[in-house]
Design a protein around this ligand. Structure first.
Ligand code: NOJ
Length: 557
């Protein structure tokens, strides 16, 4: 069947992103652990997903919750042991589920042996593993740092009278990929895990690994959107990715997905055109600007939401991969606030309808879907406006900076509360017992207060729950390769309330209708809609004469 499509197993999978710190705590320290994931393996299997992406579980001082790795070959103590890991991998594989790990290779922790050595002296064998700027040359050209206390990506280190580069926090020094020893060390780490049997990697900030190491001065007051040549996609990025492919990916039947900043549809295929032997897929950020301030992405802006423009982003990206390459689709992850709060409507009235609608979207697009844990039950933001409720280095450092400068730090928090990363990191809500059944202790990050009514147990027994809807939608995707490979076309594209599209493969055609608004909406289309052919819907009453209720979605064959 379907002879003309370029089938690959990793295109047909549904990925479940699992944030171990917040999944399930079994040893009573308030932090999720590998044994907790093992305990929930049957639940994970019951979802019908095919691949688990684990956020970093390696040894780490947790300045940035595991994205600051101090030993790539051992497991973070809070999470357990290598024996636990082996059991987890076995448990997943025996259930037919693959595992991809997070590869954080742009930087390490400052507590990694490489860095500890590197900072000791200028002639240390590890000196060249990182980017150093000799203070005798004066101050290095300014680079902004997203997590730094002063937003400065260069940190002075007195031992050798030099500065080191850290795009993220000062505890995350950037590795020097120009050095072949660094690259080989990273490939060895990748092979170590693949040889253990894992099925691939999500590649953290992979576009940043190659930099212009002449570090040219950045023009003052340059708008954020134009910064990328100073941070990402440096001159050797494609060489390094091809080398990584040659040295690692080509030797295993594995999958990979790169986190790709500032990528455009114009250069997308340079990364994922199969003939170039680089990556299989990446994820971009174009749609994630919705409801974030255009002036400063640390702030929310509810008015920055334009469904028509948003639809066009997805259309453009779909077309970029229509002939070659392959896309990914996601609406939530550990770096974002909750999907239904950001892109849907998390009010009591619409939360359930809206979550179902967003799952229909995620699972009916031409791209590999990534579903973030908790979204399968429609978890929502906590919206905390008190700094004590935050654990994220990003929020805390920016808040303190504003406070020190005497700027409006409370105003920042009131706004940031809607988009903070910690919104997406609150513990999984398993049941209505204390701490949502996540832990017997005080959790590392407070559980959302709504856990008594919004939890897995409740939804498992409710046939109309978001959870059961999500499972049904996964099955529909699995049964219909048209939903994976079929062409995507917008319907009534200028409709400001409804996101509607068709998916078609040969004679098999589906129509998806999603009313993103909280008002009744009319779809203008000449496509004849037969109400008997609705495969799934979040409203019991079918639509009438192309008029759709708020947050309505239908999925029609
Ligand atoms: C992207 C990760 O997703 C994020 O959580 C992390 O803070 C940065 N990379 C730095 O590793």
């Amino acid at each position: 069947m379907h002879e003309n499509i370029n089938r690959k197993w990793w295109k047909e999978k549904v990925v479940y992103q699992l944030y171990p710190r917040s999944f399930k705590d079994t040893n009573g320290d308030g932090i999720g652990d590998l044994k907790g994931i093992i305990e929930k393996l049957d639940y994970i299997q019951s979802l019908g997903i095919d691949v688990v992406w684990l956020n970093p579980i390696y040894e780490s001082p947790n300045d940035d919750m595991g994205y600051d790795i101090s030993d790539f070959r051992s497991i973070m103590k809070e999470f357990g042991t290598m024996e636990d890991f082996d059991l987890l991998l076995k448990g997943l594989h025996s259930r037919g589920i693959k595992l991809i790990m997070d590869l954080v290779a742009n930087h390490t922790s400052d507590e990694h042996t490489w860095f500890k050595e590197s900072r000791k002296s200028k002639d240390n064998p590890y000196r060249n593993y990182y980017h150093w700027w000799d203070a005798d040359k004066g101050k290095p050209p300014y680079r902004w740092s997203i997590f730094d206390k002063e937003s400065n990506a260069w940190k002075y280190d007195a031992t050798t009278n030099s500065y080191y580069l850290h795009i993220f926090s000062e505890k995350q020094p950037d590795l020097n990929w120009e050095n072949p020893e660094v690259r080989n060390a990273v490939y060895d780490i990748m092979k170590f895990w693949l040889d253990k049997g894992i099925d691939g990697f999500r590649l953290d900030v992979i576009a940043c690994i190659s930099k212009d190491i002449s570090f040219p001065e950045m023009p003052k007051d340059m708008p954020v959107g134009e910064w990328f040549p100073y941070y990402t996609q440096g001159p050797h990025l494609h060489d390094y990715l091809q080398e990584m492919n040659r040295e690692v990916f080509s030797k295993y039947d594995c999958m990979n997905v790169g986190e790709m900043s500032f990528v455009t549809t114009d250069n997308a295929l340079l990364f994922v055109d199969e003939d170039r032997n680089e990556l299989q897929t990446f994820y971009h950020f174009d749609h994630t600007g919705a409801r974030i301030s255009k002036e400063n992405f640390m702030y929310a802006d509810d008015d920055n939401w334009d469904l028509v423009a948003w639809k066009k982003i997805f259309y453009k990206w779909d077309k970029a991969f229509a002939e070659k390459g392959w896309g990914t689709i996601y609406l939530g992850n550990h770096d974002m606030s909750r999907m239904v709060s950001r892109f849907g409507n998390d009010s009591e009235e619409f939360r359930t309808l809206s979550s179902k609608m967003l799952h229909t979207f995620l699972l009916s697009m031409r791209a590999t879907p990534y579903i973030y844990n908790g979204d399968e039950i429609g978890m929502v933001n906590t919206n905390h406006t008190n700094i004590e409720n935050y654990q994220d280095v990003y929020t805390i450092n920016y808040y303190n900076q504003l406070k020190q400068k005497g700027e409006d730090h409370d105003g920042f928090l009131n706004s940031h509360a809607k988009i903070s990363r910690d919104n997406g990191r609150t513990p999984m809500q398993w049941n209505d017992t204390a701490q949502a059944g996540f832990t017997s202790a005080t959790p590392w990050l407070a559980v959302n207060e709504n856990y008594k009514t919004l939890n897995v147990e409740e939804q498992e027994s409710d046939p109309d729950s978001v959870l059961n809807y999500f499972k049904n939608m996964i099955q529909l995707r699995k049964k219909n390769m048209t939903l994976v490979y079929g062409a995507f076309e917008l319907v009534d594209e200028d409709n400001q309330q409804i996101f509607a599209y068709t998916r078609q493969l040969e004679n098999d055609k589906f129509l998806v209708i999603l009313n993103f608004s909280d008002q009744t909406a009319v779809l203008n289309t000449s496509i004849e809609i037969n109400e008997n052919n609705i495969l799934i819907s979040n409203y019991k009453q079918p639509h009438h004469n192309n008029v759709y209720s708020p947050m309505h979605q239908s999925f029609i064959n």
